[in-house]
Design a protein around this ligand. Structure first.
Ligand SMILES: [Cu+2]
Ligand SMILES: [Zn+2]
Length: 217
C-alpha cells in the first residue's frame, strides 16, 4: 500500500530537481560570460605597464651627451651667484652661463687651473687654465689660455647670460679637460690683451666644474 505513493513522491521530487538544475544551468553560463569579459580587459594592463616604463629610464642616461656643471658661489663680500653648464658637442664644448648679482657691464670669465674655491677671495683657484703654455687672449683668439672664456656682460639688473661654443676646452679626459677645475667671475672687464690675466681684478664668484651626466667616449 505504501509503495505506489512513495514512488509518486520520488518521481515528482526527481522531476522538480531536474527542472531546478536546468534553470540554474541555463542562468550560470550567461553569468560566467559576463564576469569573464571585464577580467579579460583588465589583465593586459598590468602586463603592458612594466614593459612601457622600464626602457624609458635607462635610455636617456646612456644616450645623453657628456656634461659638466659649475655652481658659482660668491667670494667674501660679494653676492654673485650662478650656474655654468658645459656640454660636449661635435665642434667643442657648449658653455651656457646664467649669473646674477653682478654690477652692470662686462666681467672677466675664465676657467682657472684649480677646482679650489676655499680661499675667501678664491685665489686658491690659481691662474688661468693654460695647459698649452700660450699667452692670455680672447675666447676667439688664435692664441689663448684654454681657460680664456672672455667676458660675461650683466644688464642693469645685474644678470648675465652667455651661450657659445668653445673650441679649446674639452670634457673628455686629456690635457684640455676642464673637469675638476675652477670657474671664476671677475669684478672688472677682461681687456683680452693684458698679460697674464686681462687685468680683470678681484674674483667675485667661484665654482668647481663637476661631471653632470653622459658617459666618456
Ligand atoms: Cu679669471
Ligand atoms: Zn687667460
Amino acid at each position: 500500500m505504501n509503495t505506489p505513493s512513495t514512488l509518486l513522491v520520488l518521481a515528482l521530487s526527481t522531476a522538480l530537481l531536474i527542472a531546478c538544475s536546468e534553470e540554474k544551468s541555463a542562468v550560470q553560463p550567461s553569468a560566467e560570460s559576463n564576469a569573464a569579459s571585464p577580467t579579460a580587459t583588465t589583465t593586459p594592463l598590468p602586463t603592458t605597464s612594466p614593459i612601457a616604463v622600464s626602457p624609458v629610464t635607462p635610455s636617456p642616461e646612456a644616450a645623453g651627451p657628456l656634461q659638466a656643471v659649475a655652481e658659482l658661489e660668491p667670494t667674501q663680500g660679494n653676492n654673485v651667484k650662478g650656474t655654468v653648464t658645459f656640454t660636449e658637442v661635435a665642434d667643442g664644448v657648449r658653455v651656457n652661463a646664467e649669473i646674477t648679482g653682478l654690477t652692470p657691464g662686462k666681467h672677466g670669465f675664465h676657467v682657472h687651473e684649480k677646482g679650489d674655491c676655499s680661499a675667501p677671495d678664491a685665489t686658491s683657484a690659481g691662474d688661468h687654465f693654460n695647459p698649452t703654455s700660450k699667452p692670455h687672449g680672447a675666447a676667439d683668439a688664435l692664441e689663448r689660455h684654454d681657460g680664456d672664456m672672455g667676458n660675461i656682460e650683466a644688464d642693469a639688473s645685474g644678470e648675465a647670460k652667455l651661450n657659445y661654443i668653445d673650441h679649446n676646452i674639452s670634457l673628455v679626459a686629456g690635457e684640455r679637460s676642464v673637469i675638476g677645475r675652477g670657474v671664476i667671475v671677475h669684478a672688472n672687464p677682461d681687456d683680452l690683451t693684458s698679460q697674464p690675466s686681462g687685468n680683470a681684478g678681484a674674483r667675485v664668484a667661484c665654482g668647481v666644474i663637476t661631471r653632470a651626466g653622459g658617459s666618456e667616449r
